[in-house]
Design a binder for this molecule. Sequence first.
Ligand code: DON
Length: 524
Amino acid sequence: MVVSNSALASDAGVEILRAGGNAVDAAVAVGFALAVTHPEAGNIGGGGYMVIRLADGRTAAIDYRETAPAAATRDMFVGADGHVTDASIVGPLASGVPGAVAGLTMALDAYGSLPLRTVMAPAIRLAGEGFIVDSGFHHSIAAAAPLIARFGGASRFLPGGDAPPVGVRFVQPELAATLTRIAEQGRDGFYHGPVADALVDEMRRDGGLITADDLAHYRARRRRVLTGTYRGYTITAMPPSSSGGVTVLETLNILGTYDSLPPFGSAAAAHLLADAFQRAFIDRNNLLGDPDFVSVPVARLTSPAYARSVRATIAADHATPTPLVTKALDEGRQTTHYSIVDAAGNAVATTTTLNNLYGSGVYVAGAGFFLNDEMDDFAAQPGAPNMFGLVQGDRNAIAPGKRMLSSMSPTIVVDASGAPFLVVGGRGGSRIISSTAQVIIDVIDYHMSLADAMAAPRLHHQGLPDSLRVEAGGFAPATLDSLRAMGYALARGGASGTCTGIMRTGAGWTGVVDPRTTGGASGY
Ligand code: DON
């Protein structure tokens, strides 16, 4: 079973599973196919994270997050007026050194069973022979047209000035050539030679920082997965440089100190979730960063004892304000998730991104791909909010070669018998964490089907801004009144990310795409 935000990419994964590939082979196939069919977020010009749990119980985490170029400086996005500029979001300075090709090839080398050219064949075919534009693809490009038109992607994505219409065949010959080069040469096909040259030329033309040296030195990292337990299930999650695993586990640990949760949708349940997220995000925002650069108290934040001490600070009947400067400080918009399980029970959860839709907008025309705007995930100015309103600390300040902190949360939940139960993750910036955790809570605490959990209304609290975001129409007016009376500043909108996932049921695997977005589940 493969679930992703592109039905064509899910089919590419199933094609590889049917050809005898395992879940990791299929994940690499889906990763490259998404770069072709879902260019708003699927990418070779960005980065991501892959969590693997093999049927024999072995686990792995591959960190292929982008890094700051060597010439990056701590205050590079602070303008002369002392305020943060938008250069961390749009244009060449916004891009970190891409990690996707290094990560996908590392995953295949370590855990795959098929050659790279075999698993990349569907992506190369989709780029070279093209695919039929559907309304999701059309609308995505149409909505991003002003950004795409500012850089070199217009000739391919806006032929005649408009997004390709529904029903036409869309081909990307430059991307097909780049993918073929990678299929033949592995990571060197991207980080050296003509593709690297085209990327560096694009940087030179527009004042970007990524050099040939930055590309040559980029390395994906194998990390040890984070493991926690929640109501008898084992949670396998992504460690830093993503904050996703730590923050999901801390939240679940706090909620796990309660024997059971109040009824779904009640003010009492919303209060506990809000406060658990708020506490976990305060720690995330202040204490986490790239573990290769700063020390991160992962073991403490994910320990049950710590969760009990945090729980003691949650009042039964009222909200607690988020401190502007926390004690913790003294101590020191488009992504895509896909989930895969194979017949043997190997499971892969992967989240990858360019950050915003179509990243920085910068398109490496000669090689056919968009570059990320991941630099905005750093704290450009510790204390000032980024694109997702996250107010983060010094540990996530910019430094050459450093990975910017992420919220991506690819997660695998295993049941008490040791069998994979749920593979899940999502997109939506900081809301990835709260949405992923709520899908887990909805199926485990509230016994929802995966389809119901994907559709269920969500809430979000990230410490600062100190407001509780609730999905419009998702909660009864009386529940909202109760929350206001408890002292929450309620905000509408921006409450939910979008998830994709796979769950084991009595009838077999169920694959579901969040109804708030598009995509497809494919299986056999
Ligand atoms: O790594 C992160 O946390 C962000 N770059 C994710 C961005 C995202 O989900 C955009 N989607 N709406």
